[in-house]
Write a protein that binds this ligand. Structure first.
Ligand code: IMP
Ligand code: MG
Length: 173
């Protein structure tokens, strides 16, 4: 498989969209302390850029969770939570940051894990959404870009751990 020469989404488009999402999220939470739960590894650049686009007066707690469901370009159908934070989410506003909503299994499993701890509110932000691939019914509260059913890499997304460092999002063909 090869990278398409022209990115599907250019770095500058990502930057602008992530900044807009940060403003929308800030306005919705109206200054309340917020736990940003980053799903590793794919969301690392999304989370990092989103956090740094938020106001310095916000009280943000940065937490991380590690999930795995993919083997190559195929979803395995089972989700492993490999690392879960030790802090509790009870009574806190939690926003989960995903790289991409595909079948929906990963996000569903992470949301269930957090929901079991009774957070004050629980929402989902995803940089990319591939609605055509959904197996489990789930919608994100914040979506960066809706894309067609392509396998994409870059800006955190990988194929067997490759391409995560690319600044733009490319299709693999
Ligand atoms: P889901 O559980 O099927 O929704 O898949 C979510 C996870 O699968 C994402 O967090 C990604 O790690 C991975 N994934 C899904 N689609 C793609 C893709 O097009 N490129 C790279 N990784 C993907
Ligand atoms: Mg992955």
């Amino acid at each position: 498989m090869e990278l398409t020469k022209t990115p599907l989404i250019e770095a500058e488009q990502i930057r602008a969209r992530v900044r807009a999402l940060a403003q929308e999220i800030e306005a919705d939470y109206a200054g309340a302390p917020l736990v940003l739960l980053t799903v590793l590894k794919g969301s690392l650049h999304f989370a990092s850029d989103l956090q740094r686009a938020m106001s310095e007066c916000l009280e943000l707690h940065l937490e991380f969770i590690r999930a795995r469901s993919y083997d190559g370009t195929a979803s395995t159908g089972t989700v492993e939570l490999l690392y879960t934070p030790e802090v509790g989410f009870t009574g806190r506003h939690v926003l989960v940051l995903e790289d991409i909503l595909d079948t929906g299994r990963t996000a569903t499993s992470i949301l269930a894990h957090v929901r079991a701890q009774q957070p004050a509110t629980l929402r989902l932000a995803t940089l990319l959404d591939k609605p055509a691939r959904r197996v489990v019914p789930i919608e994100a509260d914040y979506v960066g870009f809706r894309i067609d059913d392509h396998f994409v890499v870059g800006y955190g997304l990988d194929l067997n751990e490759r391409y995560r460092h690319l600044p733009a999002i490319h299709c693999l063909v």
